[in-house]
Design a protein around this ligand. Structure first.
Ligand code: HEC
Ligand code: HEC
Length: 389
């Protein structure tokens, strides 16, 4: 699809929103300001979102840390999306770099766990949907259902989840307060969506205007010579489209038999043609089944990168300087399908300015939340048992 077609589709989709006006007006506005006219949606602060009810957020917060919503009661959202690691996972329990996510016991994942900070904005800015290849659905409620029921993630049956919620007096009270009735897995998903809605960038220098001179120069490189804005555009820094930048394969997926099996089973579940032959992550092909999409991944946001190393769908690049070197070299060269990028010829100063700009897109105070220790809540039940009849 041509870039202009893509813009057209995007404008059409957002026609009723304010963003559409920004998209359409951007070139004229930029030209009036004397800048180089750009056909890309301008980068800028994320729009404010209406806050969800505090009690609903509290319910989602508790569910986020609750391993009982996984099949074996051993995995919570926080296991893979660690609030102390940018709501992704950079290092494992032993402190080693974790490029690929953990998965439900008995399986190992083949993708890097993405951050959940600002993920709520994907509905507005991503045309394809959530996850690195867009397979997880186009609304956040579906995505959560996917995460909970997917065998390689939480492997939970929604009916069992329903029963478990009904058996916990804390959830019973929370459902009564928020929904005026019994718990259900659907209500739990609504609460998790409300909680994710609170995970947004707070005080990134790019948004507050406190950018260093290096970051300001880096912005010029980003929008000019390096043309990163061709894909990383708009307030979410993503065009929401799949692209093939030629990121090298992480061969761990094929060396580790458990990861390999997990990968094959997901390909099978999605009806990927020639499931058994692929020796690479097929990316967006898993969704579209169009061979031109092999190796394409949805442009990720560039916000909060300071807290979410290693980078890319398979975590193969360790640092932002490494990412900039990768692009300077014209992306990966092993994949004949990766033809979108060219060499950039950035000098050392431009490269370090670009890194400073990328860093200015991360909150100064990391976005995080206090863990909820579920077991403490049982003490309430013990007190109750001790009440004399
Ligand atoms: C076992 C590890 C694991 C657990 C547990 C887990 N996730 Fe994920 N999550 C992942 C991985 C890996 C991906 C990326 C999958 C892909 O791209 O194929 C992901 C993707 C996501 C995304 C998409 C993000 C984006 O911007 O596209 C959201 C949202 C999400 N998870 C939320 C949750 C929530 C909420 C829970 C708990 C209900 C949860 N996850 C539990 C590993 C996990
Ligand atoms: C042709 C579209 C395109 C262009 C141009 C582009 N990117 Fe990307 N970018 C992507 C895609 C797609 C990914 C995900 C690739 C993957 O994981 O395989 C990505 C990933 C990234 C990541 C990793 C994010 C993460 O969370 O792991 C960073 C950082 C990044 N790009 C920065 C840049 C910079 C800086 C430039 C300009 C030098 C740039 N990009 C130009 C499409 C693009």
């Amino acid at each position: 699809m041509s870039k202009l077609n893509r813009i057209g589709r995007r404008s059409h989709r957002l026609l009723s929103g304010l963003l559409a006006a920004a998209v359409v007006l951007a070139p004229a506005a930029a030209a009036a300001a004397g800048d180089t006219p750009s056909i890309w949606p301008p980068i800028g602060p994320l729009p404010e979102r209406a806050a969800a009810k505090e009690s609903l957020v509290a319910m989602g917060h508790r569910l986020f840390f609750d391993a009982r919503i996984s099949g074996d009661g051993g995995v919570s959202c926080a296991t893979c999306h660690d609030p102390k690691q940018g709501f992704g996972k950079s290092v494992d329990l032993a402190g080693a770099v974790q490029r690929l996510s953990a998965a439900y016991p008995g399986s190992s994942h083949f993708r890097n766990a993405p951050t959940l900070v600002n993920t709520v904005y994907k509905a507005d800015f991503a045309n394809v949907g959530w996850s690195w290849d867009g397979h997880m659905g186009a609304n956040l409620n579906d995505v959560i259902r996917n995460e909970i029921t997917e065998t390689a993630i939480m492997n939970m049956d929604m009916r069992i989840m329903h029963e478990r919620l009904k058996q916990d007096p804390v959830y019973v009270a929370m459902c009564e307060e928020n929904f005026g009735g019994d718990c259900s897995s659907g209500k739990a998903r609504k609460a998790i969506v409300a909680f994710l809605g609170t995970l947004v960038s707070k005080d990134a220098p790019f948004d507050t205007g406190a950018m260093s001179d290096a970051a300001r120069r880096g912005r010029e490189v980003f929008e000019g010579k390096a043309n990163c804005i061709a894909c990383h555009n708009g307030p979410y820094f993503s065009d929401g489209e799949p692209h093939n930048t030629g990121v090298p394969e992480n061969l761990e997926i094929f060396r580790d038999p458990v990861r390999h099996l997990t990968y094959r089973s997901i390909l099978t579940n999605h009806g990927v043609p020639k499931m058994e032959i692929w020796r690479r992550d097929v990316g967006y092909f898993l969704v579209s089944k169009d061979y031109a999409d092999v190796g394409r991944f949805i442009t990720p946001t560039l916000r909060e990168l300071k807290y979410t190393a290693p980078y890319m769908h398979n975590g193969v690049i360790d640092t932002l300087a490494g990412v900039v070197d990768f692009y300077n070299y014209g992306g990966g060269h092993e994949d004949p399908l990766a033809g979108e990028l060219g060499q950039l010829a950035l000098n050392d100063a431009e490269k370090s300015d670009l890194v400073a700009f990328l860093e200015s897109l991360s909150s100064v105070t990391p976005v995080t939340v206090e863990p909820v220790t579920i077991i403490q809540k049982y003490e309430v039940i013990e007190d109750w048992l001790e009440v004399p009849n």
